[in-house]
Design a protein around this ligand. Structure first.
Ligand code: HEM
Length: 203
């Protein structure tokens, strides 16, 4: 009897990005995000840093979907409006205009899935973070924490759709390699943006 082993691209992506995820969890701007005493100024800085990198990440997704059309719509997953809403609540202006795609982030049709893995997966952490922001900083989805509220009660379903998509499209080793590169590239973009903003805040 032969056993058919189904590829598990999500598992491979999780393993390959684990070191980057651990590094981000320990980042000076993120490590105490859910703890008492986390400064509100740090939270506002995280939102500003995220706005810059999500602008180029989402521009990269739009660009990839134009170049390699597939049956998937990103439209109702867009996170930039949520970040803009939070920044507006804190009275911060957001840069106007359309951001450019991040050069080299998505280099072929499979790169899209690695980026989606990273940013949609990060909504899972949002659940824990929203609780902490509410408890310690008094924030709610309508009051400065829209981004981390994410899909709310629909999170499991929305994440399940992404996992199914990833496992369906990343069946070849070269496709998975490309997605792993873009997933790690996405983590790297976020880390770099946080580093730049941390340098000015913590200087
Ligand atoms: C303070 C910052 C963060 C915390 C506390 C955090 C926490 C978590 C937690 C608790 C989970 C698992 C949730 C579950 O299984 O229900 C998770 C999953 C995940 N997070 Fe984060 N996270 C943080 C930042 C990030 C960032 C910045 C990214 C990158 C964009 C990210 C990407 C992911 C991904 C891709 C997963 C899914 C892993 C998988 O199961 O395949 N996280 N995070």
């Amino acid at each position: 009897m032969s056993v058919i082993v189904q590829p598990d691209a999500r598992k491979a992506l999780r393993e390959a990005t684990h070191p980057a995820h651990v590094r981000l969890n320990k980042h000076p701007l993120l490590k105490n995000l859910t703890a008492p005493g986390y400064p509100l100024a740090h939270y506002r800085t995280v939102l500003t840093a995220y706005f810059g990198c999500y602008a180029s990440i989402e521009a990269s997704i739009d660009d990839a979907l134009r170049r390699w059309p597939v049956e998937f719509s990103y439209a109702d997953r867009r996170k930039l409006p949520w970040l803009a809403e939070d920044l507006a609540w804190f009275g911060r202006d957001v840069p106007a205009g359309q951001a450019s795609p991040s050069p080299g982030l998505i280099v072929d049709q499979f790169g899209l899935y690695g980026v989606l893995y990273a940013i949609e997966g990060s909504s899972l952490g949002g659940r824990v973070i929203l609780q902490g922001l509410g408890k310690h900083l008094g924030l709610t989805p309508a009051q400065g924490a829209r981004f981390f509220a994410g899909y709310g009660e629909d999170i499991d379903q929305r994440w399940g759709e992404i996992v199914a998509l990833i496992n369906d499209r990343l069946t070849e080793p070269a496709a998975l390699d490309s997605a792993i590169r873009s997933a790690n590239g996405t983590f790297q973009l976020i880390e770099t943006a946080l580093d730049e903003h941390a340098a000015s805040l913590l200087a």
